[in-house]
Ligand binder design. Structure first.
Ligand SMILES: CC(C)(COP(=O)(O)OP(=O)(O)OC[C@H]1O[C@@H](n2cnc3c(N)ncnc32)[C@H](O)[C@@H]1OP(=O)(O)O)[C@@H](O)C(=O)NCCC(=O)NCCS
Length: 137
């Protein structure tokens, strides 16, 4: 798999993969919002291609203190082939190059196998934290 930076011309292809994998998509996933992520963390937002077809995507980000991982997805036709692990290894290297101390991600409780996947690639769940959200008007 060839890994390269996401560019906005890939938006529709990537959106279809997110949709196919059943990720929750909303207002933050419009082309305009995705462009904002790109403006902020361009070199952490990457796709994996096989013969020019996008088969994997992950939106890495850095807020100046912590790194984040959003919307990792592998096309269902290409899952369980090691591609999720491969694109995450590339992202891990990018975080390391930036000397980012800690990286967080959020998993919806009803997603199947995702916790197992992340544990396999070296992540651990936090029992000492509760996630809270606020929606500014
Ligand atoms: C999670 C996801 C990215 C994994 O991608 P993938 O390419 O299938 O994973 P890999 O083939 O690289 O698997 C790496 C390891 O995790 C394991 N793994 C992958 N999916 C798993 C699952 N559903 N249950 C248990 N283990 C799993 C693999 O067996 C492999 O283990 P191994 O190294 O011992 O062989 C993919 O299932 C996906 O796109 N899911 C839907 C989108 C989603 O929920 N994303 C997460 C958002 S937080």
């Amino acid at each position: 798999m060839k890994i390269e930076q996401f560019n906005i011309d890939m938006y529709h292809e990537v959106y279809q993969i997110w949709k196919k994998t059943g990720l929750s998509l909303g207002k933050s996933d419009t082309k305009e919002e995705v462009q904002q992520v790109l403006n902020h963390s361009q070199d952490l937002f990457i796709v994996g291609k096989i013969e020019d077809k996008i088969v994997a995507v992950v939106m890495g980000a850095f807020d100046g203190r912590r790194g984040y991982v959003h919307h990792l997805a592998v096309d269902p036709d290409y899952q369980r082939l090691g591609l999720g692990k491969e694109i995450m290894e590339d992202l891990h290297n990018r975080f390391t190059e930036k000397n980012i101390v800690k990286v967080h991600l959020f998993i919806e409780v009803d997603t199947e196998g995702v916790i197992e996947f992340y544990k396999k690639i070296g992540w651990h769940s936090r029992e000492d934290l509760v996630m809270m959200s606020y929606v500014p008007k």
